[in-house]
Design a protein around this ligand. Sequence first.
Ligand code: RB5
Length: 144
Amino acid sequence: MKIAIASDHGGFELKQKLIEHYKEIGITLSDLGTHSADSCDYPDMAKKMAEAILSHDADLGILICGTGIGISIAANRYHGIRAALLYDDYVAEMAKKHNNANIIVFGGRTMKVDDVIRRIDIFNHAEFEGGRHNRRIQKIEEGR
Ligand code: RB5
């Protein structure tokens, strides 16, 4: 599975920690930026990630801004993107089982790296349940 990661300046520190953690266990995250702690605009980072997911350059995206809210709003403007803010462990499981999220989102200023790593793990080990949840996702895709 190809995993891409991107953040604004508010998520930069957490992004770097995640890249380092996954590198240590042999997993390369594709880093779409930002590449410094200088201020930048989270919609630009959400756009890069949405394009990577929709073009199948990545199978899963990790997005981070200060709270996770702005970058979630921006990513979810793209048709076919299902970005979920994983603010606790239960939500991390449900975001895959019920929502089949293709981007998972975190808050660089609101979450601890250990919690984020655990939630990524929970998300990745869960399976989309399909059925009625698929019907609901189809309704979103069709704008119903
Ligand atoms: C940037 O200061 C901050 O507004 C941004 O990272 C994010 O938290 C927006 O929702």
